[in-house]
Design a protein around this ligand. Structure first.
Ligand code: PEP
Ligand code: MG
Length: 328
């Protein structure tokens, strides 16, 4: 694997018909960062900040958060990093951050988690905002909010950052060169209000891990449902196609940051529904670059139009055959 990484590191992911695809990595620990230069990826499309909280015995102080973000940005150098604010709660529960009622949640995935926690415990979000803004002094900060289900939540989270930014200014600190705010699309309801949400955003990231479980009502962690939890289901692909078309209409860059994008057949499907930016597991970068180099976008787009207009009984089988006929 290491040898393949090195061989593919400097290969630029351009499709056979000449379109540049962005291939980024997902990360969550300081130790993940060397994967950036090892794979030659374009940046970190999803930095899961909750990992620092999950491995700690107590709430990480603002100073510790700042130090980590600074280190991450240093390793990234000129490549962009998209920090996702904490996605804790639900099944990633922290013993030192419990709900007052110490409630038991029947459905933690759609429970008190992520931005829902952060907006209620706004001290947590304030500290994280301050840490991210300070760590990004003199450079661009890309930050995104997880599990947004209504546009006002984006406004509320952004307001916390804006207030911290104003505060840093009064302290005379060096500010980021600019701050770009994005949202994750994981809750399907958001797709109904894209006309309201998209004009507010610098970018949107589609979290297909959660999105798929919500769209198909199939728990992402239940092995009994593994076959139902299918990224190549026509409903999922039509949904992503619709979101991707809206992104184009509003000129908002769209990335898929779920695990789906790291699998060649699924990545092929994503290219076919208009996605041009993939943030994936580092091990997927070399195979996905190889796929990108061979694929003809016009061809897969046209094939996907046909499959989604009139879905075959087993799209996975049909796509597997299609891809192997073309040596993909
Ligand atoms: C997702 O839901 O697709 C995602 C990238 O976030 P996580 O896997 O951390 O829930
Ligand atoms: Mg998620």
């Amino acid at each position: 694997r290491q040898a393949k990484y090195v061989a593919m590191r400097d290969v630029v992911p351009v499709t056979a018909d000449g379109e540049r695809i962005s291939v980024l990595i997902n990360a969550g620990l300081r130790e993940d960062m060397p994967n950036l230069s090892l794979t030659g990826a374009d940046g970190v499309g999803l930095y899961r900040t909750e990992f620092q909280f999950l491995v700690a015995a107590t709430l990480p102080s603002r100073e510790r958060q700042t130090r980590l973000y600074r280190e991450v940005l240093e390793v990234a150098g000129s490549k962009p990093v998209v920090f996702r604010t904490v996605d804790i709660g639900g099944d990633k529960s922290l013993p030192y951050l419990r709900h007052e009622d110490d409630m038991h949640e029947e459905n933690p995935a759609m429970g008190w988690r992520a931005l829902r926690v952060a907006l209620e415990r706004d001290g947590l979000l304030k500290a994280q905002a301050r840490a991210l803004l300070e760590a990004s002094a003199g450079r661009v900060l890309n930050v995104m909010f997880p599990m947004i289900s209504e546009p006002w939540e984006f406004d509320a989270a952004k307001a916390v950052f804006d207030a911290q930014l104003a505060h840093l200014k009064t302290l005379g600190k060096t500010l980021p060169e600019s701050v770009k705010y994005g949202a994750m699309l994981e809750v399907p309801a958001l797709a109904e209000v894209l006309d309201i949400l998209l004009p507010k955003l610098s970018f949107l990231s589609i979290g297909t891990n959660d999105l798929t479980q919500f769209l198909l009502a199939a728990d992402r962690s239940n092995p009994k449902l593994a076959e139902r939890y299918d990224w190549l289901s026509p409903a999922i692909l039509r949904f992503i196609r619709r979101v991707s078309a809206a992104g184009r209409e509003y000129h908002v860059p769209m990335t898929v940051c779920g695990e789906m994008g790291g699998r060649p057949l699924e990545a092929l499907a994503l290219l076919g529904v208009g996605i041009r930016r993939l943030s994936i597991t580092p091990a997927g970068v070399a195979p996905i670059k190889e796929l990108v180099r061979r694929v003809n976008l016009a061809e897969i787009t046209q094939a996907m139009e046909g499959w989604l207009a009139n879905p075959p009984a087993n799209l996975r089988e049909v796509m597997t055959a299609w891809a192997s006929e073309r040596g993909l």
